[in-house]
Each structure stands twice: as C-alpha cells, then as structure tokens.
Design a protein around this ligand. Structure first.
Ligand code: BTN
Length: 249
C-alpha cells in the first residue's frame, strides 16, 4: 500500500508502478531489473534515495517523502543514436507537468527544468545495451535546500501549499508516455514545444565542449536537438556539453 496506488491503477499501458520505501538510487535499482529483462514501462518510485545521483557524479538531494524520485524504463524502437533525445522529451514532460501547478517552467538545455531561473527538477538519462532509464527528480514539497543551491520547489512556488506527489507523478507519466515516442520521425514536433520552453535563448553562456570552454550567445535549439551557439557571428552546433553556465549581466 502506498499513496501512489490510485496513480498506479490509471497509468497508460505499458506503464506500471513499482514503489519502494528506500533504494540507493532509483536509476541503479531499475537498471538491475532492466538487465534481468523487465519490459518497457516500469516506473520505479522511491520515498527515499540514499545515494541519489545527479549528472557528472554529483549527489542528488531528495529528502524522504518531500520530493519525487522516479526512474522509467524504456526500450525505444528508434535507432540508438536518437536515444539521447529522450533528455529533451523528459524535460518537456517535466515542464508540462509543472505547468499544471505554476504558470511557467523552462527547460535549461540539455536537461534541467527551472522556474524563474531556479532549479526545480533534474533529469539523468542512462542507456544500457537495449534499454534506457530516464531518471527524474522533482522538488515537490521541499522547503529547504543545501546552502549555495539555487533551487525551488512546487510548494515554495505555490506560497507554501502542500502538493500531492501522486498528482505530479500521474501527470508526469502521462506526458512522458506521449513525448518519449517522439524521438524519431516526430522529433520536429517535440522540438517545437521544447523551443517554447527554452530558458537559454538569447543568453550568454559558457560551457565545456570538446574539452575546451566555449562562450557564446544561445540562438536556440537546432533540428537535431543541439544547442546553437553564436560565437562572434559564427553559429556553432553543440551536441553535448557539460555544465552550461549563464554569464551574469
Ligand atoms: C541532475 O540534475 O544532475 C540530474 C538529477 C537526477 C536525479 C534523479 S532522482 C531519480 C533518479 N535517480 C537518481 O539517482 N537520479 C535520478
């Protein structure tokens, strides 16, 4: 029995819920099941992660019962080179989910979701031989964050109102079910909506690409989901980057 039982009963096929009180990381726990051959659509939700992971080896802060820590197992039929597009699909699913509760959420390419410049959700997409795990952490009812973190939660944005995590999960799965199928021939459609949520557009940023630090102004997102970076009049296409920092001022 968990607070998520009703959500579980209403998930679109083939999505189904596996709820755990505590795991090290939902991504790691789901990977074990994926490697054992578990079918697409398993949604692992944990009340607590003892070793929640962010990108670049960072820890992910998800206090017991306050946030949503969820990993979804997908077995895409599209070619492997398109699987990285699931980051944008997940970002859009998260942004649209949040917009049920707040006026606007933005996607910071490639896979953070922000409200008013503050991080509210993070996405960690990890691929195996024949599967992808989409890990999503959303700050739902979190009120305090470690020092130095520019973060927010739905509760903070809603002036202290407690938000039902089940509702957030239900909406998230619904959006992810739709968007995760759009990484192939429907990718242009997906991108259009991603662009409407683009936080970085027209911002000056620094990022690490191909082992060097690049600076430029973001002109948007290109047809393959890449960042278009204007470096002194020449627009470069950045397909992968470590941390993207907005240059203040
Ligand atoms: C980031 O912003 O660096 C990505 C954070 C991803 C956190 C989620 S919480 C659920 C899943 N399990 C993990 O260990 N990480 C992801």
């Amino acid at each position: 029995m968990s607070a998520f039982d009703d959500v579980a009963a209403q998930m679109p096929d083939p999505f189904r819920l596996l709820w755990k009180e505590s795991v090290s990381s939902t991504n790691d726990a789901l990977r074990v099941l994926a490697e054992q051959g578990m079918g697409e659509g398993l949604v692992l939700v944990a009340e607590e992660q003892t070793k929640g992971r962010g990108r670049r080896g960072a820890d992910w802060f998800s206090p017991m019962g306050e946030s949503l820590a969820v990993s979804v197992l997908l077995r895409p039929v599209d070619p492997k080179e398109f699987w990285c597009r699931l980051s944008l699909a997940a970002g859009l699913a998260v942004a649209e989910t949040l917009e049920r509760f707040v006026p606007m959420a933005e996607i910071k390419w490639p896979n953070d979701v922000l409200i008013d410049g503050k991080k509210i959700a993070g996405i960690l997409v990890e691929a195996g031989k024949d599967f992808v795990i989409v890990g999503i952490g959303i700050n739902v009812n979190t009120e305090e964050f470690p020092e130095g973190l520019l973060a927010t939660s739905l509760k903070i944005e809603r002036g202290g109102e407690e938000i039902a995590r089940e509702e957030v999960l239900s909406s998230l799965v619904e959006h992810l079910a739709r968007h995760s199928t759009k990484i192939g021939s429907d990718f242009a459609d997906l991108l259009e909506s991603v662009r409407e949520h683009c936080f970085l557009r027209d911002k000056r940023v620094t990022l690490n690409c191909a082992d060097k630090v690049c600076e430029g102004v973001v002109r948007g997102i290109g047809p393959a989901g890449e960042l278009l970076l204007d470096r002194g009049g020449i627009v470069e296409r950045v397909f992968q980057a470590n941390e993207v920092r907005v240059v203040p001022g």
